[in-house]
Design a binder for this molecule. Structure first.
Ligand SMILES: [Ca+2]
Length: 125
C-alpha cells in the first residue's frame, strides 16, 4: 500500500512549510523593529515600496525599488525620534525631508516637488 507511506511524507512537508512561514511573517512586522520607516513611490501613502526598521542601525540605503522614486514617507516609533530623508548629489548630502515622531507615535509627509524622486537613503538625525 504505497498511499499509506506517502501521507506521512506530505504531513512532514506541510509541517516544514509552516515552520518557514512564521519567521517571514515576523520579519515583516514593523512593530518588532522601531523606529520604522516606510517609503512610497506615490504621494498617497498606499503600499510602501520599502519598509525598514532601525533595530541596530541609524542609517540605511534605499533599495533599487525606492531609490530616486520616493514621493512620500512615514515614520513610527518613540515620540521625539527624528529621521531625515537624504539625497546625494556630487558628493554632498542634501536633506530632502525630516519627520520627528509626534506623541501619536506616527507621522507621514509628502515630499515637496523639488525633493520628489531624489531620495537615496534614510538616517536618524
Ligand atoms: Ca538621488
Amino acid at each position: 500500500m504505497r498511499a499509506r507511506r506517502v501521507l506521512p511524507v506530505i504531513a512532514t512537508g506541510l509541517a516544514l512549510a509552516g515552520g518557514l512561514a512564521a519567521p517571514i511573517a515576523a520579519q515583516a512586522a514593523p512593530a518588532g523593529c522601531e523606529p520604522y520607516v516606510a517609503l512610497y513611490i506615490d504621494a498617497n501613502l498606499q503600499r510602501p515600496v520599502q519598509g525598514d526598521g532601525f533595530c541596530n542601525k541609524s542609517y540605511f540605503d534605499l533599495a533599487s525599488s525606492a531609490h530616486d522614486k520616493v514621493s512620500s514617507w512615514s515614520f513610527t516609533g518613540n515620540p521625539g525620534t527624528r529621521a531625515c530623508l537624504i539625497d546625494y548629489s556630487t558628493g554632498r548630502e542634501i536633506q530632502l525631508s525630516d519627520i520627528t515622531i509626534p506623541p501619536s507615535r506616527f507621522a507621514s509627509k509628502n515630499l515637496e516637488s523639488w525633493a520628489n524622486d531624489r531620495a537615496d537613503a534614510v538616517r536618524l538625525c
